[in-house]
Design a protein around this ligand. Structure first.
Ligand code: NOJ
Length: 975
């Protein structure tokens, strides 16, 4: 029953919502294209594309109407400033656009372009709008957390060509920015070669402010002929879509720029799209898209495969890659953004004098509003580009260790008894898992921070039961707050003025799961403070130390809003229009929850775990993401691999897809294959729509349940390797799962490969099976190291594709020679119960007989690691000494001794050497020496067994229980 009185307009909304909800229950339907704009329906996209078309049509006679006034250039403290002049009409009138080019100590360069008139607030707003007059300049406050120190070495060089200014910068002065004055453009060079070119195609476009001149009736001609004759007048002042009219109080204000990567054939990044890792061309042609990649965070119902259509999150960071060179750009803008990609090939001809043909990738970026703000990274390796980007936007937070385990979710576990029952059954079937999740139905009538009194009366008992095996509960909290009387949360939020506003400043009301709702405006610092107060154990009753949070619908999803979100002329804190900040919105909500979880109890300092659906550059600092509402179909399973790989190389690697597929009921073999693939997602959660049949792994029946359990056990036994990879991500930005080009940047054949992955630095190479009925698969090997099957040590060696038979129980997983993989092989119910378990080290010898690997360990829960409470070891197997050693590479601090004491008894219980040399065949013992051992124990003999590999399989040796501590330096002598 709705307790609010409904106007006829509201009834229309109810109808809309009901239809939307009904649509949700239709088993298989396609995305509702008509709900989302195409480029032609988005005014600024259409205008910028038309601009590009005109430039290409006029080709050699086209000249960009932007020039840098050379007399305006100044250079100070690593920053070049100047004024770009835009010619706006045939009479030669110009507007001023302040330019800065900042050269940063990290070697990154940043280019910003603003508009003087808007900067000074000298514009008129239409429609009595209360919006800010400037271009949005606070994206950096949300996205950037470091790396902005100006370069001390950058300097203007004297040897610039006529009409250009040259700045030398970067490590060892190897980078140059060559700034052309007219038309303005910048070539970024490394070692003298242009890697990134701005405005080379002349598509720079900053829609300057102009008054709307209403033409007297009957008058056909515009008063002033526009400088750019193809500026389409119809979408400049107002835009309607899906029954909503955007009042556009500041008129047209888009920013656009072409960014060319000369000689680069592959570009990656700009998630989130259900597309290939190597991005496709977008201007039509066979195998290409017709639409640009769109970044406009949206709740896209039943999204399409292989499409540049926008999804829930946006990271406007792109990398370009060619043999042995990787560069990148980060387009810092929170507004709706589109990116066109064209690859232009030049073929070698008789006159090319031995110079081979090459491909340039030309990209064209445009956003609806805001500053032009671009960061340029010159690599040269993939890891350098990601590191520079992560220095700016922050590293992945080191997660709660449990969150690297398996998560069991569905919409919904319907009662507390249901939760307890699932927990019990997982134990009964010996299926490891760490977290059970509650979707929206746990709340009392969709009022967040409440529990349904009928279905969840025993929250404490439920949490306690989970805690018996150190398991956690994740509860959903969304940003829409139900509009009903007697709900203190809505009363407080509105009375404190913390809701997002309409264009005229009143609280914005829309529809979501609870029906009529208001949205907390988490751009507002006061909202964050208020939000913090809601998560305290004493306020959010029924939550405990093992409750964590899921943030969904934070694009924000508004069922009756344009494109299922808020109107663009809505207002946020500081009177910024929603238009300016849309893509950042989800991150601000995630951030508010993060702040709240950090502070939920005085004196309790623990790492939050919060899953988000919507994200932006910087969200990696706050938790994990998942790829939203996929479907129980093979093509969705396949798409999840490039999508999670793309997250990894885009600085937000804690990512995964709903295992099993959200919509629909997976056949058992699909479900099984999905679990086998899911163990390779950094974030692994099974989830299902409310309308699907139950599918907890124990329900699948034999042999599926056993096969799924086996897959989960592999995930759990490799948790030390996963957590070590997370640690690396948290200090270097490196992806947790890695595509071929990242691991083998010189291997051209592998640049487009996106259906297999490496886990961190472990050398583990997985090729998930994602096709129905597959009996074999091809795995691509990029180098001449031996690779060994993870399970039976079959040897695969030689660059190229190798066939692996894949009966349903088989997971194609290889170990690249040269690595040492830490594992914990004792089966447990949850990850926390493994805390003091001994380790197994798998030493996989490379072709040179050597191997190395790392292990990072900490308490997996608090921030004590920042004060040295951690263990970080490097293991080395060296052919010269024929010994395996453990070396300390950790950072110590005041909390190191106590932590080492806590872990002192944790030992290595087994060492497996894969590819053990024939010479060891007669060996039955090795000698162990450990730091600090008693005299009598200085050189202990320990049993070793050597096994000859049958044909095609590697020999291996097993050292049984060397009893060496994980906290100490030691050596195992095989000589
Ligand atoms: C949409 C989310 O994508 C989905 O995972 C969730 O189950 C529903 N919202 C209900 O909360």
């Amino acid at each position: 029953m709705l307790s609010v009185s409904l106007t006829s307009r509201s009834w229309a909304f109810v109808f809309l919502v009901i239809s939307a909800i009904c649509a949700l229950f239709t088993p298989i339907a396609a995305v509702k294209h008509e709900n989302f704009k195409t480029c032609a329906q988005s005014g600024f996209c259409k205008r910028n594309r038309a601009f590009a078309d005109k430039a290409s049509e006029l080709s050699s006679t086209w000249e960009s109407p932007y020039r840098l006034d050379p007399t305006s250039i100044t250079f100070d403290n690593g920053k070049l400033s100047g004024t770009v002049l835009k010619k706006i009409n045939a009479a030669g009138e110009e507007v001023k656009l302040p330019l800065t080019i900042s050269f940063l100590e990290s070697g990154t360069a940043r280019v910003t372009l603003d508009e003087e008139k808007r900067q000074k607030g000298e514009i008129e707003l239409r429609n009595e709008s209360k919006a800010r007059k400037e271009r949005y300049n606070e994206a950096e406050d949300w996205a950037i957390v470091g790396g902005l120190e100006p370069s001390t070495g950058a300097a203007i060089s004297a040897d610039a060509d006529e009409g250009t200014t040259k700045v030398v910068y970067g490590p060892g002065g190897k980078f140059q920015a060559v700034i052309r004055h007219s038309p303005v453009g910048i070539d970024f060079r490394r070692d003298g070669q242009t890697q990134v070119r701005l405005n080379g195609e002349g598509l720079l476009n900053m829609e300057h402010w102009r008054p709307k001149v209403d033409k007297p009736e009957g008058e056909e001609k515009p008063e002033e002929p526009p400088a750019i004759p193809f500026e389409d007048d119809t979408s400049l002042w107002e835009e309607s879509f899906g029954g909503n009219t955007d009042s556009k109080p500041r008129g047209p204000e888009s920013v656009g720029l072409d960014i060319t990567f000369p000689g680069f054939e592959h570009v990656y990044g700009i998630p989130e799209h259900a597309s290939s890792l190597s991005l496709k061309q977008t201007r039509g042609g066979e195998g290409n898209y017709d639409e640009p990649y769109r970044l406009y965070n949206a709740d896209v119902f039943e999204y399409l495969m292989d499409s540049p259509m926008t999804l829930y999150g946006a990271v406007p960071f792109m990398q370009a890659h060619k043999k042995d060179s990787t560069v990148g750009v980060f387009w810092l803008n929170g507004a709706e953004t589109w990116v066109d990609i064209i690859k232009s090939k030049s073929t070698a001809n008789a006159l090319s004098m031995g110079v081979a043909g090459h491909t340039d990738t030309k990209t064209h970026w445009f956003s609806e509003s805001g500053l032009l703000d671009v960061f340029v990274f010159l690599g040269p390796e993939p890891k350098d580009v990601i590191k520079s980007y992560s220095e700016l936007t922050g590293y992945t937070q080191l997660p709660q260790e449990f969150s690297v385990g398996y998560h069991q979710c569905r919409w919904n576990y319907v009662t507390d008894d249901d939760v307890i029952d699932v927990d019990r059954k997982m134990d009964k079937f010996n299926i490891p898992y760490d977290v059970i999740w509650l979707d929206i139905e746990y709340t009392h009538e969709k009022k967040y921070f409440t529990w349904d009194p009928l279905t969840f009366p025993k929250t404490e008992e439920m949490h306690k039961k989970l805690d018996e095996h150190d398991r956690k509960l994740v509860a959903i909290i969304d940003p829409h707050i139900k509009n009903v009387p007697d709900y203190p949360i809505i009363e407080e939020m509105r009375s404190k003025g913390l809701a997002a506003k309409t264009k005229d400043g009143s609280d914005y009301e829309g529809w979501c799961w609870p029906g009529s709702s208001y949205w907390v405006d988490t751009f507002n610092p006061a909202s964050i403070e208020w939000w913090k107060s809601l998560f305290r154990y004493e306020t959010f009753k029924g939550t405990f130390h093992n409750t964590f949070i899921w943030n969904d619908m934070n694009e924000p999803s508004v069922f009756n809003g344009p494109e299922t979100t808020m109107p663009k002329d809505n207002l946020h804190y500081g009177n910024w229009e929603h238009r300016d900040v849309h893509n950042i919105n989800g991150m601000t909500f995630h951030n508010a929850t993060f702040q709240a979880m950090v502070e939920r109890k005085k004196g309790e300092v623990r790492r939050p775990f919060i899953l988000t659906r919507s994200f932006y550059s910087g969200s990696q600092r706050l938790g994990a993401m998942w790829t939203g509402d996929n479907q129980a179909r093979w093509d969705h399973l396949a798409a999840s691999i490039p999508m999670t790989l793309n997250q990894g190389i885009s600085g937000f690697p804690f990512a995964g897809a709903d295992v099993g597929g959200f919509f629909g009921n997976p056949e058992k073999d699909l479900l099984t294959r999905w679990y086998q693939a899911g163990i390779f997602y950094p974030f692994m959660r099974g989830h299902a729509h409310i309308d699907t049949r139950r599918r907890e792994p124990y329900l699948a029946g034999s042999p599926y349940t056993e096969i799924i359990t086996q897959a989960l056990r592999i995930r759990y036994s490799l948790l030390p390797a996963w957590y070590t990879a997370f640690h690396e991500a948290s200090v270097s930005g490196a992806p947790i799962i890695r595509p071929n080009y990242y691991v083998h940047p010189g291997d051209e054949k592998g640049f487009a490969i996106d259906d297999q992955l490496y886990i961190g630095e472990t050398g583990l190479l997985a090729k998930p099976v994602t096709t129905e009925g597959a009996t074999s698969t091809d795995i691509y090997i990029a180098d001449d190291e031996p690779y060994f099957d993870y399970f039976d040590y079959t040897i695969y060696q030689g660059k190229g594709h190798h066939k692996i038979d894949v009966p349903l129980e088989k997971i194609p997983l290889l170990m690249q020679g040269g690595h040492i993989i830490p594992r914990r092989d004792r089966p447990r119910r949850s990850s926390s119960l493994m805390k003091y378990d001994p380790y197994t080290l798998v030493v996989v010898l490379g072709k040179d007989g050597k191997a190395s690997g790392e292990l990072y360990v900490d308490d997996g829960d608090t921030y004590d690691y920042l004060e040295g409470a951690s263990i970080h070891r490097r293991f080395l197997f060296d052919t010269e000494t024929n010994a395996l050693t453990s070396i300390d590479i950790g950072t110590s601090g005041p909390k190191t001794p106590a932590y080492l004491k806590d872990q002192a008894k944790v030992r290595v219980e087994k060492v497996i050497i894969v590819g053990a040399p024939d010479e060891w065949s007669g060996k039955s013992e090795v000698f162990v020496s450990e730091e600090g051992a008693k005299e009598s124990q200085r050189r202990r003999a320990v049993e070793m067994a050597w096994f000859a590999g049958p044909k095609g399989k590697a020999n291996y040796a097993v050292v049984r229980d060397p009893k060496v501590s994980i906290t100490k330096g030691w050596k195992i002598d095989f000589a």
